[in-house]
Design a binder for this molecule. Structure first.
Ligand SMILES: *[C@@H]1O[C@H](CO)[C@@H](O)[C@H](O)[C@H]1NC(C)=O
Ligand SMILES: *[C@@H]1O[C@H](CO)[C@@H](O)[C@H](O)[C@H]1NC(C)=O
Ligand SMILES: *[C@@H]1O[C@H](CO)[C@@H](O)[C@H](O)[C@H]1NC(C)=O
Length: 240
């Protein structure tokens, strides 16, 4: 009783969010006993081509969703459609999957999904080589939908370590180095301009100073020579 309740709640939650018309049409389909072909959906996400470095580990993501609930959902991962890597059985919504590994892959494949809370059946493929390039498909089959099979496929491209580093790691470094060089050059140019400006100011000031003693000495000479001139100089000050 309880699991059915859980499934129904999940069904309503998901189908209401995906649009009332879709929910209604699926409800009609349910009433007619015709399971909608799109009831189970497998998804690898928006990015369907993954580029990875040889020797590294790569996450192969896959999630599932169903409007009519999950009961004994069988899933598997296959390399180039036919070479099975791992298979699992999800007894019902919110339960852990029972996992079976195929021996040829068991030492390099790790199940990292979570069927209890995330509808996630992702795997990690470790120590990849150039031979691992190809298509990886996650299949799902829900007996609740007359066993119709659904799948989603990822393409793995394996690139040389050096190519990968050059493409993904070195370029941003180059950019930061370029930025650093540009800012250093800019700073040096700015500093040079500043130094030249200061220098021209200083030389002008020094020249003015060199001139000043001549002027002040003549002024002093004038004031010393005649009191009138100094009085004339004092007069404008109170006005200002
Ligand atoms: C990746 O491949 C290159 C040869 O293309 C090899 O030199 C390098 O050791 C490989 N790296 C790993 C981690 O296997
Ligand atoms: C993966 O490679 C590392 C070092 O390159 C090695 O220690 C480890 O055993 C390898 N794992 C598998 C599953 O081949
Ligand atoms: C699925 O699980 C893996 C491993 O925990 C995680 O990296 C990934 O993001 C999950 N994907 C989604 C769609 O939740």
């Amino acid at each position: 009783m309880e699991p059915g309740e859980q499934q129904r709640r999940w069904f309503f939650h998901r189908c209401r969010t995906s649009g009332d018309m879709k929910g209604v049409s699926i409800l009609v389909a349910l009433l007619l006993g015709v399971w909608g072909a799109q009831a189970l959906e497998m998804s690898v996400g928006k990015v369907t081509t993954i580029e990875a470095m040889n020797g590294s580990s790569v996450l192969l993501p896959c999630t599932y969703a169903s409007c009519i609930g999950i009961f004994n959902l069988e899933f598997n991962w296959a390399y180039n459609k036919t070479d099975y890597m791992i298979r699992g059985l999800i007894p019902m919504e919110g339960k852990d999957a029972r996992i079976h590994m195929y021996p040829e892959w068991s030492d390099r494949v790790e199940f990292v999904g979570n069927t209890k809370t995330n509808n996630n059946i992702s795997i990690v493929l470790m120590n990849i080589t150039f031979e691992d390039a190809g298509e990886y498909t996650c299949f799902g089959k829900n007996p609740k939908e007359k066993n119709s099979k659904h799948s989603a496929t990822l393409t793995l491209v394996v690139v040389d370590e050096n190519v990968y580093i050059r493409r993904y790691l070195r370029d941003p470094v180059d950019n930061t180095i370029t930025t650093i060089i540009m800012s250093v050059v800019g700073a040096i140019i700015g500093l040079l301009v500043l130094v030249m400006a200061v220098k021209s100011l200083v030389t002008r000031f020094v020249l003015d100073k060199n001139k000043e003693p001549l002027v002040s000495s003549t002024a002093n000479d004038n004031s010393e020579n005649g009191l009138n001139s100094s009085k004339a100089e004092d007069k404008p000050k109170p006005k200002a």
